[in-house]
Design a binder for this molecule. Structure first.
Ligand SMILES: [Zn+2]
Length: 99
């Protein structure tokens, strides 16, 4: 298991990605590789610093990818894995890691 260096934000203040420090209790962490994948797949953005550079130690989950538990039904999960539908599988994995 590699070191989980990147903090994942899913707090309400994450809609304001303007380089401000988030006063929140988010503690979920993922590896740098995992964070990069989440960003490249459109599930998250890198935290911005005040000079608009990327803070690679924190990512912010994009709210539209949060899914209520009820929407991940058994059939949904099976379909994602059996048909190897990567975007759905990714969504389920994101859900599992952040809740
Ligand atoms: Zn947070």
């Amino acid at each position: 298991m590699s070191f989980k260096a990147v903090l994942v934000h899913r707090c309400s203040s994450s809609s304001l990605n303007e380089g401000k420090f988030f006063e929140c209790t988010c503690q979920h962490r993922v590896t740098r590789a995992r964070a990069r994948k989440l960003v490249s797949d459109g599930h998250a953005d890198w935290m911005r610093r005040q000079d608009d550079s990327e803070n690679l130690n924190q990512i912010i989950l994009i709210p539209r990818h949060w899914v209520p538990a009820a929407t991940i039904a058994k059939g949904h999960i099976e379909r994602a894995y059996i048909e190897n539908r990567a975007p759905e599988r990714e969504r389920i994995e994101v859900y599992g890691e952040t809740h």
